[in-house]
Design a protein around this ligand. Structure first.
Ligand code: CO8
Length: 258
């Protein structure tokens, strides 16, 4: 029996999958989902066989937001003292590349969860939104910050102030989604991307994640300096020797993540 109550997990060919599995509630994110997803992601991150993680939904939704029924009676002092939902930080601390395969509604916390991934791909039927304003609140898992960085102030304000949904095509045009594919092709595309990443050096993919994520935290000059230093460090890896030798010898590299 699975150790998780609200998700399904599987691993194949170096790629782990986390499927949100509360379709009757459109995969609304309650505390159990937070615990399950972050525990599973941390366990996969610690497993050297896992080189990429795919997160997806089930049924009509990726996730339709934080669980409104669980949140309805929450008061300020309780939420503040428990730093409610801060636990999602465990997911953004994962160093293995994460791909969100957004199959349907990605609203509120669902959109925010998708934006915690490194690569977001969307089914042409996906819908994105930050509808918290309709509930008398505001985004609380990164919507005002990650959405603004992804799509800019104009669209972020439009989405967060009106609560309107964005379709997959607009999400791709705006820089929120990396790719849009037909619904039937969503998981194959996610696995193709994850499989491609899984063949790289895990040291190099972690360095890339660190470098790109720093771009959101720093000035250009400091970021460029950091990137250059990471590049210098990459010259100390066996995988750099292997990757460059394989190129010169016209063969496929055999990376050892070392
Ligand atoms: N929470 C709980 N249950 C939900 C949620 C949700 N977010 N979304 C859907 N459900 C449930 C419905 O209640 C319904 O259950 P039941 O059958 O028992 O009534 C079932 O899922 C199916 O939903 P609908 O019947 O509403 O399906 P429709 O096709 O009519 O509508 C929608 C689909 C448009 C997606 C609609 O369900 C909807 O608007 N959902 C709510 C979307 C929303 O407002 N999301 C934002 C939530 S707030 C949030 O995410 C804040 C995150 C940050 C918190 C951090 C705190 C620090």
């Amino acid at each position: 029996m699975s150790q998780y109550q609200t998700i399904l997990t599987e691993t194949a060919d170096g790629v782990a999958t986390i499927t949100l599995n509360r379709p009757e509630a459109l995969n609304a994110l309650n505390m159990q989902v937070l615990t399950d997803v972050t525990d599973a992601a941390a366990a996969f991150d610690a497993d050297p066989e896992v080189k990429a993680i795919v997160i997806t939904g089930s049924g009509r939704a990726f996730a339709a937001g934080a669980d409104i029924k669980e949140m309805k009676d929450l008061d300020f002092a309780t939420a503040y003292k428990a730093d409610w939902f801060a636990g999602w930080r465990r997911l953004t601390g994962v160093r293995t590349p994460i791909i969100a395969a957004v199959n349907g509604f990605a609203l509120g916390g669902g959109c925010e969860l998708a934006m915690m991934a490194d690569i977001l791909i969307a089914s042409s039927k996906a819908k994105f939104g930050q509808p918290e304003i309709n509930l008398g609140v505001l985004p609380g898992m990164g919507g005002s910050q990650r959405l603004t960085r992804a799509v800019g102030k104009a669209k972020a304000m439009d989405m967060c102030l009106t609560g309107r949904m964005m379709d997959a095509q607009e999400a791709e045009r705006s820089g929120l989604a990396a790719r849009v594919v037909e619904p039937e092709a969503l998981m194959d595309t996610a696995y193709e991307i994850a499989g491609t990443i899984a063949k790289k050096s895990a040291v190099a993919t972690m360095l890339v994640k660190e470098a790109v994520n720093l771009a959101f935290e720093t000035t250009l000059e400091q970021g460029l300096n950091f990137e250059r230093r990471l590049f210098h460090s990459s010259l100390a890896t066996n995988d750099q020797v292997e990757g460059m030798s394989a190129f010169v010898e016209k063969r496929d590299p055999n990376f050892t993540d070392s």
